[in-house]
Design a protein around this ligand. Structure first.
Ligand code: ADP
Ligand code: MG
Length: 690
């Protein structure tokens, strides 16, 4: 037989053959090398398996056996009980399921499997109620050392067949995979050579060995990504010189005088970092993170005015029209007495208005611009752009962070609406420097939040709300969405809710409705009336989620609260934490879902947006939190941010050292550098040299 190399096609591998090769091709596997990189999803650790005689009550444990008997019967009250008898060699154990009659089909006599769960003694036998099941192949024996890697399969391909092929590939060619991590990096990360790591994940002799191999592969994944982000950050800096915007005590005093309050220590610190950045010719590329209401916008405005004072343009881009309008109103009001030339540019200007606005920007007459994505259309050219503030809200993301047209490279400040967990920050925003504001403006009291479940509790909440409104406060009632064709009877469509509440709980009050499908003019009229206290209660869909700042509004009822994400609810209640009065948020929900209960409980128990962000991440995972579920794939291949966050920190630190030391241009880093560019060069627009 010919020697097996990395390039050997799978049909020529022992145990391969044309038919199996076809199946493997469905998994994207064509060569021996592909097999090496086809990593296990997980491992099954049979070394932890206990004999029935070793079981104890109340701890999660695993037994292994063969199904020898199954039956299902009706209990009183229409419930069913499905029971399975497992022969574990030395003794039998039982598995039982209530009201899951389909379990009878999922388990066949003669099947080899594992039960995991907390057993209890029942009629002289150990019984697992609703155990976790893992199916074993007949070849899954403890003779392999008892740790069995599990791979994703395809119809017609057995696990043991795939494992045999992978074993051959590893034994014959793992040694010829060329190492790309310089020894120095390997020792800093304390990882094995790549050939060893591959052996460890595919042919582990213990769980620890598997974990150690996996650790290397996860770190590779994360390190390459962090290096790409680092290169991207450097490419930003090399793109061109930004204007070095010098601040002076006089300018500082002039800007601060505009605000009717003193900045918090956190705001001062943030401003100091930004001022230092903007004073250099390297373009700033900084992320400003803070909880809702901590005063990010204020910091952004300060920075924009600094750029204006130095004779340059500045621009603030928001993800939605409502938010752009809100920023605009704040800024316009603040600058009422000033001569700063400014305008709002959104998609809803008429063609003529837009033409005129764009002309004025292009001629450099306008010093400060607020807008939406309409700002990055190609005809909008900023001849003297000093600073671009991007209010990001997770909508733009690493790959398509906005670019403005004009000469040179402006300083860039990115803001997020709510805090995001650190691990996501390092991936999504790993190419930015980070500023965090931790404190809140003085006098802010955390919103008191209650989950409201029963009819009686609801009535009490409405009663409380009426009392507060009579005392002069204002309120929001948030509903999931407007009337829609697909609405089920339970849907709390805004229009229905509005009709209903106006007639019942809120009759006698001035109630108005606002939602996303209303005409823009109508919407701003209603918003204006609410702001001027002409309206007591605003029934709204989440259009108010961003962009309203009404200090007298201190009450919020969220209907069907289980429908919202944790971060979104936190952001919503941020709307009522703004004034001098205590805010109250009532989360109406009759959901029994464990997940929903946990989310609502988290909101009741903490007001800290950073804590909420971590919790949200824990509950929903990275894809949903970042919205990448809809917006494309995760950039990571092996790492799982929900479990590998600590490795991310390590990779981040080492990548930063490598980039700062300029090591990537050294010869021994060439293979690593090539990998990084191959993976991310195009997506991140990285220069291929330097
Ligand atoms: P964020 O953008 O972080 O949600 P904003 O900048 O919009 O927060 O500020 C929220 C509210 O707090 C605004 O009404 C703002 O005027 C006010 N505010 C901001 N900073 C301070 C401060 N240092 N002292 C008092 N009020 C402040
Ligand atoms: Mg704001």
């Amino acid at each position: 037989m010919n020697r097996i190399t990395l390039q050997t096609e799978l049909q020529y591998l022992p145990g391969g053959g044309p038919r199996r090769a076809e199946l493997l091709a469905k998994l994207g596997l064509h060569t021996a090398s592909d097999l090496l990189w086809y990593l296990p999803r997980d491992v099954l650790d049979l070394t932890e398996v206990r004999a029935p005689g070793e079981l104890v009550e109340g701890e999660v444990q695993t037994v292994r056996g063969v199904v020898v008997d199954r039956d299902a019967r009706q209990l009183r009250g229409g419930r069913t009980l499905t029971a399975v008898l497992l022969d574990c060699g030395s003794d039998y154990v039982r598995g039982v399921w209530f009201n899951q009659p389909w379990m009878l089909q999922r388990l066949q006599d003669g099947q080899n499997l594992l039960f995991s769960g907390k057993p209890r003694r029942h009629q002289a036998r150990w019984e697992f109620s609703h155990p976790r099941i893992q199916y074993l192949d007949p070849e899954d024996t403890a003779s392999d050392g008892g740790v069995i890697p599990k791979y994703r399969l395809t119809e017609g391909l057995q696990l043991h067949e795939l494992r045999n092929l992978i074993r051959t590939a590893v034994e014959e060619c793992a040694g010829s995979v060329e190492e790309w991590l310089p020894e120095d990096v390997r020792s800093r990360l304390q990882v094995a050579e790549i050939s060893t790591a591959l052996r460890q994940v595919h042919l582990p002799r213990s769980s620890a060995e598997y974990e150690s191999g996996r650790r290397r592969l996860v770190l590779d994944d994360l390190l390459e990504f962090q290096l790409a982000l680092g290169l991207r950050r450097r490419a930003w800096q090399d793109r061109g010189a930004a204007p070095a915007l010098q601040a002076s005590a006089k300018i500082d005093a002039r800007i601060r005088r505009l605000f009717p309050f003193r900045f918090t220590a956190g705001q001062d610190q943030a401003i100091a970092e930004i001022v230092a950045d903007m004073g250099r010719e390297h373009p700033m590329h900084r992320l400003l993170q803070a909880d809702v209401g901590a005063g990010k916008t204020v910091v952004a405005i300060y920075s924009m005015l600094l750029s204006v004072a130095a004779g340059f343009q500045s621009v603030l881009m928001a993800p939605t029209e409502v938010l752009a309008a809100q920023h605009w109103e704040t800024i316009d009001e603040l600058l009422e007495e000033s001569r700063v030339e400014r305008l709002l540019l959104t998609g809803s200007l008429s063609a003529a208005q837009r033409r005129e606005a764009v002309d004025r920007i292009n001629r450099g007459e306008v010093q400060l611009v607020v807008g939406t994505q309409a700002l990055i259309q190609s005809d909008v050219v900023f001849p003297r752009l000093g600073l671009a503030v991007i209010d990001e809200q997770h909508k733009f993301g690493v790959e398509q962070r906005a670019r403005f047209s004009g000469g040179g490279a402006p300083h860039v400040l990115v803001m997020t609406a709510t805090p995001i967990p650190r691990s996501l920050c390092l991936t999504q925003y790993g190419d930015l420097d980070l500023t965090v504001i931790r404190d809140m403006p003085p006098g802010r009291r955390p919103v008191t939040t209650h989950r409201v479940q029963s009819r009686a509790q609801q009535q009490k909440a409405w009663e409380f709300l009426r009392k507060q409104v009579r005392a002069g406060r204002q309120a929001y009632v948030i509903c999931p969405r407007v009337e829609s064709e697909s609405a089920t009877a339970r849907d709390a469509a805004a229009e229905k809710v509005y009709d209903y509440l106006s007639r019942t709980e809120l009759s006698g009050f001035r109630v108005a409705l606002i939602h996303g499908r209303m005409e823009r003019d109508e919407r701003s009229r209603v918003m204006g009336a609410f702001r001027d206290s002409e309206i007591n209660v605003l029934v709204s869909t989440t259009v108010v989620e961003v962009g309203v700042d009404v200090p007298n509004a201190t009450l919020m009822v969220v209907l069907q609260a289980e429908r919202y994400g944790l971060a979104q609810l936190h952001q919503l209640r941020g709307r009522i934490a703004r004034g001098l009065h205590q805010g109250y948020c009532f989360l109406f929900s009759d959901s029994e879902s464990e997940d929903a209960l946990e989310r609502l409980a988290a909101l009741e128990s903490t007001a800290d947006g950073f804590e909420i962000a971590e919790k949200d991440f824990e509950l929903r995972g990275p894809g949903d939190v970042l919205g990448t579920r809809q917006h494309g794939e995760s950039p990571l291949r092996v790492a799982d941010l929900s479990t590998d966050a600590d490795l991310l920190e390590e990779a981040h630190a080492v990548a930063a050292q490598v980039i700062d030391a300029g090591s990537l241009s050294h010869a021994d880093f060439a293979p690593l550098r090539r990998r990084v560019l191959q993976r991310f060069g195009r997506a991140f627009d990285l220069p291929q040299t330097g």
